[in-house]
Design a protein around this ligand. Structure first.
Ligand code: ADP
Length: 280
């Protein structure tokens, strides 16, 4: 406990041991209505975190849920491109409105706020986390059943601020087989435990390729260890997504919602079941 403790966590910025982690939580915009929030995390960039977030949002929308996708990867935003979104967000005095994808997913990203979408964002961490928090506090998210947050990679300052400030219902970990899976999963598990947030599942992306002639699954990066690691950490929902060129093409052409194989549909169904059983 701090020497200057006044026993009022809401007016204190210190991260002391007796602080309730929930006391950092920020309220969403007064006109927002968001039922469930799921963060998609990874140990490093390039493993398919944005692809996973986009496929999950699409699976949720296809199931009939009002879905939102917050692109919190401020310095590497890729969500709008995957959905073919090139328009800018509109705002009024009341707040900022998310941009809608073709299927109606509510999307907010740095790229829909920039004058030019190829402009680099060269900002320090505090400014980046401040912007992500504004995506939560200043954007009007309407009637959302599921919001997915495409988090910045790693366990640094920005992801930590998001973890502390946005009330998450769970997190999903994305890894690849050559990633240091065990260590990355352990770090995410520890971070989630610190924040008292459940892990809803692990996506092993780029897990294998399927031979186009015989259909055999080839583990390009060696045999997967994800099942054993998931078991070790008490996580039962695991899915393996292959390297599939049609996914890259769809993402590059802004047609992610049109993919025939959404490898995450039944993975999302299990999460949906799991969260439905948790009373809010
Ligand atoms: P991250 O968000 O972790 O940085 P991305 O989701 O942007 O990673 O993916 C990195 C690149 O890999 C993108 O070009 C994406 O289209 C491609 N990609 C991701 N997952 C797959 C997959 N399963 N099969 C083929 N390409 C993929």
């Amino acid at each position: 406990m701090s020497e200057n403790c006044n026993h009022d966590c809401s007016s204190c910025g210190e991260n002391c041991s007796s602080r309730d982690p929930k006391s950092f939580l920020k309220k969403p915009h007064a006109m927002s209505d968001i039922k469930r929030v799921i963060a998609v995390v990874s140990g490093k960039g390039g493993v398919g975190k944005s692809m996973t977030s986009a496929m999950l949002a699409s699976a949720s929308q296809n199931k009939g849920y009002v879905t939102a996708l917050m692109d919190a990867d401020i310095t590497g935003p890729s969500i709008p491109k995957m959905f073919g979104i090139h328009s800018r967000a509109m705002g009024s005095e009341a707040g900022i409105l998310p941009v809608l994808s073709k299927d109606g997913i509510q999307v907010m990203s740095m790229n829909v706020l920039l004058e030019k979408e190829d402009e680099p964002v060269v900002w320090r961490g505090s400014l980046i986390s401040g912007t992500v928090l504004q995506f939560w506090t200043d954007v009007i998210w309407q009637g959302v059943d599921y919001m997915f947050i495409d988090m910045p990679p790693g366990t640094g300052d920005v992801p930590l601020t998001i973890f502390q400030s946005i009330p998450l219902d769970g997190i999903i970990i994305v890894t690849t087989p050559q990633d240091l899976v065990g260590m990355i999963v352990k770090k995410a598990v520890n971070m989630a435990a610190m924040m008292n947030v459940p892990i809803l599942g692990i996506v092993e992306n780029m897990s294998y390729i399927e031979c186009p002639d015989c259909g055999r699954k080839i583990s390009v990066f060696g045999e997967s260890k994800v099942d054993a690691i998931a078991l070790e950490n008490g996580i039962s929902n695991v899915v393996k997504v292959p390297i599939d060129r049609s996914l890259t093409t769809a993402a590059d052409e802004g047609k992610l919602e049109e993919i025939k194989n959404n490898y995450l549909s039944s993975f999302f169904d299990k999460i949906d079941e799991q969260l439905k059983s948790v009373k809010k």
